[in-house]
Design a protein around this ligand. Structure first.
Ligand code: G3P
Ligand code: CA
Length: 301
């Protein structure tokens, strides 16, 4: 865990629709350290690899099952069985209200033949490729919105931990990092569900940066938005918040999200963005939609 790591964010999602098997196979071939899986349960308790609890901004659910929307007009993964979910086509992410593609220069919306899949199917892809190629690429699952799952009578943490254990992911040495934005639930994963996996606490709100001492009582790492690390630029040089230093003092690794070559924000190139975060701010790894570019960047050092 001492080398700086590359996490393929939703697969090679800069090139193919996110969280499809095709995006995962392409990412695998780019040799990142981990492939990420966002997880939501189906009606029949299968963890589906998808970013949101809703289906209607990456699939054709509104056309295929128009009568299945809830009162709020949205279509939810949890309302469909795995068999029904497999009938949907997956496409490049779009705004479900306007139909507009989120990243217009990425894979064209509506093209190709992509499907949803389960956590088990993706683990079998990764473990199968590890066997056939001799690589040792890991998985980096995230349980999405555990509170929503509890309200719907489902314990996503417990179900996912059992599947991970069945496939041999039980301890910090098993090439699996388990992540969650919900701090109460991640603490429960360690203390009540007694997981020995490497746990990463994801954060997004400013007030969460003040709770590192508490996070360090159960987590092994921190997953902040990368902008929570940047402070300001002075005379052409970046100053940083104390987040990485404080996390490191507490023994927490820092894996920020999300580095996108087509969304550079305050940087003039992707390599400059990576140089500043990896080697000036001293992060330990990063989530990226472009794993090939981050792998190539780190290979230079
Ligand atoms: O899980 C870390 C990274 O994936 C950022 O979050 O919203 O893309 O799942 P999100
Ligand atoms: Ca995620």
């Amino acid at each position: 865990m001492d080398k700086k790591i590359v996490i393929a964010h939703r697969g090679a999602s800069g090139y193919l629709p996110e969280h499809t098997m095709e995006a995962k196979a392409m990412a695998y071939a780019m040799k990142p350290d981990f492939l990420e899986q966002d997880l939501v349960l189906s009606k029949d308790n299968i963890p589906i690899v998808i970013h949101d609890i809703e289906l209607d901004d990456v699939t054709n659910v509104a056309i295929k099952f128009p009568e299945r929307k809830r009162k709020d007009g949205r279509f939810y993964v949890i309302d469909f069985t795995f068999e029904e979910l497999q009938q949907l086509n997956v496409t490049e992410r779009f705004d479900y209200k306007t139909g507009k593609q989120f990243y217009p220069n990425r894979f064209p919306k509506g093209k190709g033949n992509f499907k949803l899949h389960s956590l088990q199917q993706e683990i079998e892809l990764v473990q199968g490729l590890n066997q056939s190629t001799g690589n040792t690429i890991g998985i980096y699952p995230e349980i999405k919105d555990p509170e929503f799952h509890h309200k719907n009578g489902k314990d996503i943490a417990k179900i996912v931990l059992e599947i991970l254990a069945d496939y041999g992911y039980k301890t910090k040495n098993d090439n699996c990092i388990f992540q969650c934005f919900d701090a109460k639930e991640l603490e429960r994963v360690r203390k009540e569900l007694q997981s020995d996996l490497f746990l990463v606490q994801l954060i997004e709100h400013p007030e969460e940066t003040k709770q590192l001492n508490h996070f360090a009582t159960y987590a092994d790492g921190l997953g902040p938005w990368y902008k929570q690390i940047l402070d300001k630029k002075e005379n052409g040089k970046w100053k940083f918040t104390s987040l990485v230093t404080e996390a490191h003092e507490l023994g927490l690794k820092v894996h920020p999200y999300t580095f996108r070559a087509d969304q550079l924000d305050d940087f003039s190139s992707f390599d400059e963005m990576l140089q500043v975060l990896f080697f000036e701010a001293n992060i330990d790894g990063g989530f990226t939609d472009f794993p090939d570019k981050m792998v190539a960047f780190l290979a230079k050092y």
